[in-house]
Design a protein around this ligand. Structure first.
Ligand code: AMP
Length: 425
C-alpha cells in the first residue's frame, strides 16, 4: 500500500487517460469556435452564496454535495468549490457588465467541477465538464442550436445513438400552479412516500419527479405533467423548440419527469443519455434555459441557456466500447553509439524541436541497439542516428517501420522531417 493516495472520489489521469480527455477538450474547443462560443475561465471556487442562490438551496448539489472550503478564521468568507459552471459564469457576466456587449454573449468553459457525493461508478468528487452558455437570447431557436451542438459533440467523440430527452418546466407564470397540483398528487399518497421524499415534498415537490427511489416509480407515472399545464407563451416556446429540432432532423424523446437537479431552470430542459439507458443509469450531460438566473445573481433580467456535458462518462463509455485513445508519439528519436556524445544528440533534437517537430533525444548511456528498440516502443517513425558522419555534416535517418536508412545532410534534415510529418498526418 502506498503511503499516500489520491483523495477518495478523485483520480489521477495517467497519460493514456489524459490523452482521451485532451481529445475531448480539443473536440469541445473546436466545436465551440465553430458555433461562436468564446472561452471564459472563472475561479474553481466562489462565495458559497453564488451557488446557494444560483443553483438553489433545496437541491442535492447544494444541500448534500457542495464541497465547502473550511474557513480559516471566524470572519473569513464562506467559499465552496464549483459544483457546476453556470452560476460562476453568470456571476462573471454580471460583475463585468457583459450585458453591454451585443447579445447573446456566448461563452464556453471546460474544466473540473466538484461535488461531495458518495463516489461510485461514473460519479466522482472531481469530474470534468464541457460547458456552453448563451446569455441574452430568449430562444426558442437558440435552444435547438445548443441541443444540436451537444449532439454533435457526442457524434464527434465517437458515441453513437445518444438519446436526447426534452421537457419544458414552464416559468414563474405557470409553474407555481403546476407545483401545487404536483404536491397535491403526492400528498394524496403521503403514506407511500419514502422519508426523504416526504421531506422534499414540503420544500421542493418538483424534485420528487426525478427521484431515483424505485418506490416512487408508480406514483411518478401518474403524476400531472408540466407540459399539459404550460401557459401560452411557454407552450408556444416549447412547440417552437421542437419545430426547430425537427427542421434540423434531430430525434428527441419528450420526458415529462425531466426537471433537472438545479433550481434556476425555466422552460427548456434537456439531457443526453447513453444509447439504450434504463432508469438507474446516469445522464451523459444536460442543460436548459435559466431565464431567472442573471437577475437572481444581481444583474438585470436577462434570459440564458446552456449545457454541461460530463467528460468522464464519455471516456468511460468510449473505453467500454474499446475506443481508447493512444497518447501522442514522437516523430523521431535522436540516437547514437557514442555514450559521450549526448551534447550532439541534444543539439540536433533542439534544432528539430525549434522547427516544430516532436522529437526525443536519447540521453542515456545505453547501447545503440537498445536505443533503437526503445525508439520503436515510444512509437517513433524515425531514428536520427548520430555517428562519425557528423564530421562531414551528415546523420543517418532510419525509417523504423521500413527498417531502412540513408545518410542525410544535417542542413536538410529539418525540412525532410517536416515533409515526412506532413505526409504522416
Ligand atoms: P448535472 O448538472 O448534474 O446535470 O451534470 C451534468 C453532467 O455532468 C452529468 O450528466 C454528468 O455527465 C456530469 N456529472 C455530474 N455529476 C458528476 C459526478 N459526480 N461525477 C462525474 N460526472 C458527473
Amino acid at each position: 500500500m502506498p503511503t499516500f493516495r489520491a483523495p477518495r472520489g478523485t483520480r489521477d489521469l495517467l497519460p493514456a487517460e489524459r490523452a482521451g480527455f485532451r481529445r475531448l477538450e480539443t473536440i469541445a474547443s473546436d466545436l465551440a469556435r465553430r458555433y461562436g462560443y468564446r472561452e471564459i475561465e472563472t475561479p474553481l471556487f466562489e462565495q458559497t452564496a453564488v451557488f446557494e442562490r444560483g443553483v438553489g438551496e433545496v437541491t442535492d448539489v447544494v444541500e448534500k454535495e457542495l464541497f465547502r472550503i473550511a474557513p480559516r478564521t471566524d470572519d473569513s468568507e464562506s467559499w465552496a468549490l464549483r459544483p457546476e459552471p453556470t452560476a460562476g459564469i453568470v456571476r462573471a457576466y454580471v460583475q463585468h457588465g457583459l450585458q453591454t456587449l451585443p447579445q447573446p454573449v456566448k461563452l464556453t468553459l471546460t474544466g473540473p467541477m466538484f461535488r461531495y457525493d458518495r463516489p461510485q461508478a461514473g460519479r466522482f468528487r472531481q469530474f470534468w465538464q464541457f460547458d456552453v452558455e448563451a446569455i441574452g437570447d430568449p430562444g426558442p431557436a437558440i435552444d435547438a442550436e445548443i441541443i444540436e451542438l451537444g449532439r454533435r459533440f457526442y457524434l464527434d467523440a465517437g458515441l453513437d445513438g445518444v438519446e436526447i430527452r426534452l421537457n419544458s418546466i414552464g416559468d414563474p407564470a405557470c409553474r407555481p400552479a403546476y407545483v401545487a397540483a404536483l404536491a397535491d398528487h403526492y400528498r394524496s399518497s403521503a403514506a407511500l412516500l419514502p422519508p426523504l421524499e416526504r421531506d422534499r415534498l414540503e420544500r421542493n415537490p418538483l424534485r420528487l419527479l426525478d427521484s431515483k427511489d424505485p418506490a416512487m416509480a408508480a406514483l411518478n407515472a401518474t403524476a400531472p405533467k408540466m407540459t399539459d399545464r404550460l401557459c401560452d407563451p411557454c407552450a408556444e416556446h416549447f412547440a417552437s423548440v421542437k419545430d426547430h429540432l425537427d427542421a434540423l432532423g434531430i430525434d428527441f424523446v419528450e420526458e415529462p419527469s425531466l426537471v433537472r437537479g438545479l433550481d434556476y431552470y425555466t422552460r427548456t430542459a434537456f439531457e443526453f443519455w447513453p444509447a439504450g439507458a434504463e432508469g438507474q443509469q446516469s445522464a451523459l450531460g444536460g442543460g436548459g434555459r435559466y431565464d431567472g438566473l442573471v437577475a437572481l445573481l444581481g444583474g438585470k433580467a436577462t434570459p440564458g441557456i446552456g449545457f454541461g456535458l460530463g467528460l468522464d462518462r464519455v471516456i468511460l463509455a468510449l473505453e467500454a466500447k474499446g475506443a481508447a485513445v493512444a497518447p501522442a508519439t514522437p516523430l523521431a528519436v535522436v540516437v547514437g553509439a557514442d555514450p559521450d556524445a549526448t551534447a550532439e544528440r541534444l543539439r540536433i533534437a533542439t534544432i528539430l524541436r525549434g522547427q516544430g517537430l516532436a522529437v526525443q533525444a536519447e540521453l542515456g548511456r545505453r547501447k545503440l541497439g537498445r536505443q533503437l528498440e526503445s525508439a520503436v516502443k515510444a512509437g517513433a517513425q524515425f531514428a536520427v542516428i548520430v555517428g562519425d558522419e557528423l564530421e562531414t555534416g551528415h546523420v543517418a535517418l532510419r525509417d523504423l517501420d521500413a527498417a531502412s536508412q540513408k545518410p542525410v545532410a544535417l542542413a536538410d534534415l529539418p525540412a525532410l522531417l517536416r515533409r515526412k510529418a506532413g505526409t504522416a498526418e
